[in-house]
Design a protein around this ligand. Structure first.
Ligand SMILES: Nc1ncnc2c1ncn2[C@@H]1O[C@H](COP(=O)(O)OP(=O)(O)OP(=O)(O)O)[C@@H](O)[C@H]1O
Ligand SMILES: [Mg+2]
Length: 262
């Protein structure tokens, strides 16, 4: 983690409450993510991870509390300002969320075209570069999403999330459904981007290998709030049934042992 004086908060969530009808999903959630961090958000199914990401993107409004991204209260800015912020981050949705009627290339080119300022050739080069970074060769550029495997869809979605050279990316289950090789190359890609561009990453994941390989901090969502927020190797010190099952099983212990040395 960064020394105290160099910390620049990119995301600040305070006293957030989320409610759908009678169901309270989050109650007094507080979370600060600094520039250059890779934060993994974990929690049981239905604990509100995806909703929390959507709130960071300004797509879902909290019932109470504030969400500041790049210092701006995301629920109090006008749509033009929100669009400017959106150009500074990328998002990989949990279920791929490619446009099924667009080719692989057009899916990645679309955020670049929407800027309205780039020439055709710049868009072409940038989109192909991002695909290549995500491990998709140009021979796949003209394919339709329906003709891709699940792992390839994730990679194209990642290429699209990176299209605008974002400072911040949100990844919802980026390695779910990938084979171990594809997961490893995903980890290398994120680590490289992080090292080269000081990318800040907020990632929801169930994949302990990815979590331990990448995270500067882990936030655990349970009982409607963040029950632990610390370095990955410290999480097991928090006594909670979710943490016991998720981190302390055999898989968890193996992943802790395989953690890179600092
Ligand atoms: N628009 C909505 N309207 C009503 N309820 C919703 C809405 N969006 C989410 N929920 C509910 O909020 C809770 C949290 O959902 P969320 O999708 O954030 O869970 P999650 O932690 O991402 O789960 P998973 O690990 O299965 O993806 C769930 O009970 C879900 O049914
Ligand atoms: Mg989810």
């Amino acid at each position: 983690m960064l020394p105290e004086e160099n910390r620049e908060p990119i995301i600040e969530i305070e006293h957030l409450r989320t409610q759908f009808g009678e169901t309270v999903v989050h109650d007094d959630v507080n979370l600060t993510i600094n520039r250059g961090e890779i934060v993994s958000l974990v929690g049981g199914s239905g604990s509100g991870k995806t909703v929390l990401l959507r709130q960071m993107l300004g797509l879902t409004q909290p019932a109470q509390g504030t969400v500041r991204v790049f210092g701006e209260d995301i629920n109090r800015i006008d749509s033009e300002r929100l669009q400017q912020l959106r150009n500074r981050w990328g998002m990989l949705f949990q279920h791929g969320a490619l446009f099924s009627a667009l080719t692989v290339f057009d899916n990645v080119a679309q955020p670049l075209r929407e800027l309205g300022t780039l020439s055709k050739s710049v868009i072409r080069d940038a989109a192909l570069l991002k695909l290549q970074m995500a491990g998709i060769g140009c021979e796949h550029a003209r394919k339709m999403p329906a003709d891709l495997s699940g792992g390839m869809i994730k990679r194209v979605a990642l290429a699209r999330a990176l299209a605008l050279d974002p400072e911040l990316v949100f990844l919802d289950e980026p390695t779910a459904g990938l084979d171990p090789n594809a997961s490893d190359s995903f980890v290398r890609l994120i680590r490289n981007l992080h090292d080269e561009m000081k990318l800040t990453v907020v990632m929801v994941t169930h994949d302990l290998d990815t979590l331990f390989a990448l995270s500067s901090r882990v936030a655990v969502l349970a009982d409607r709030h963040i029950i632990a927020y610390c370095k990955p190797d410290k999480v097991v010190e928090f006594k909670h049934p979710f943490i016991e099952t998720f981190f302390r099983g055999e898989r968890g212990l193996r992943a802790i042992e395989a953690m890179p040395d600092e």
